[in-house]
Write a protein that binds this ligand. Structure first.
Ligand code: ADP
Ligand code: MG
Length: 246
């Protein structure tokens, strides 16, 4: 079967800085793929090229057989790329379930719907997405009363509501306690597997990466210097030298 995502030969320069050099990888449905590397390696640049926030100078990005290279973010999102952010993006004064309802309204192009209509529209569907992330029992609580780990789970439900084929997660566990991190990563990989969603994530926390990624890409100065399973990457000499500092 063809991979869900095929990234070939991406190049990106900012003036004299090489942020992407022949970046090539693929990602299967249901797979968790991590991108790691030192600060300034080009992780966010790669992410933003896949998400449509940045246009590559060269190369191609194909999602489920559709060329999405250089398409604007909204188009990329419509074609099946969901996204979560380093700092969770939610409507904090709205309730948990209303946040997911808003995502469903957007996904179904009912952009003229107003908040009062949203109190009914898609409520059952929204509760089903909240159930997937274990937040259905907190559906009517305002988001600003939640613990941060729970906000991150709501954000995941919001992303899932657009029924993505691929989910981009930029440092999903930033700002979380170690126990919460493990729970969020386990939840994410369970959902990815159960629904055949590919997950591409960046992460500083190495326990989240080595404990939950199926494969890892190591990026240094815009170039992939190693790729493989956690065991393969952990024992890679070049990774030890230039990245893990051993
Ligand atoms: P990472 O996410 O791995 O820390 P980035 O992708 O953010 O790295 O950055 C890669 C390199 O590209 C860095 O040297 C950074 O300064 C540079 N860079 C990133 N975005 C821009 C931009 N919009 N304009 C100029 N330089 C940028
Ligand atoms: Mg970054």
């Amino acid at each position: 079967m063809a991979p869900l995502l095929t990234v070939s030969g991406l190049e990106k320069r900012f003036g004299g800085v090489t942020a992407g050099k022949n970046v090539t990888f693929s990602l299967d449905a249901g797979e968790m793929l991590a991108i790691i590397g030192p600060n300034g390696a080009g992780k966010s640049t790669t992410f933003n090229m896949v998400g449509g926030q940045l246009k590559p100078d060269a190369g191609s990005i194909v999602l489920a057989g559709v060329d999405i290279t250089g398409k604007p973010p909204r188009e990329v999102w419509r074609l099946g790329v969901g996204r979560t952010f380093q700092i969770a993006q939610t409507f904090v004064s709205m309730s948990v379930v209303e946040n997911v309802q808003m995502a469903l309204i957007s996904h179904h192009h009912q952009t003229r719907a107003v908040t009062s209509a949203a109190t009914r529209l898609h409520r059952e569907a929204a509760l089903a997405f909240l159930d997937r992330v274990g937040m259905a029992d907190m559906a009517d609580r305002p988001v600003n009363e939640l613990a941060y780990g729970d906000v991150k789970r709501v954000e995941l439900a919001i992303a899932l509501a657009s029924e993505p084929k691929l989910l981009l997660m930029d440092e999903p566990t930033a700002g979380m306690a170690p126990k919460e991190r493990t729970a969020l990563m386990q939840l994410t990989s369970d959902i990815a597997r159960a629904h055949g969603i590919g997950v591409l994530f960046t992460e500083h926390d190495m326990d989240s990466v080595f404990g939950h990624a199926d494969r890892i890409l190591v990026l240094v100065r815009g170039e992939i210097i190693a790729a493989g399973t956690p065991d393969e990457v952990r024992s890679n000499q070049r990774v030890k030298q230039v990245y893990l500092g051993e």
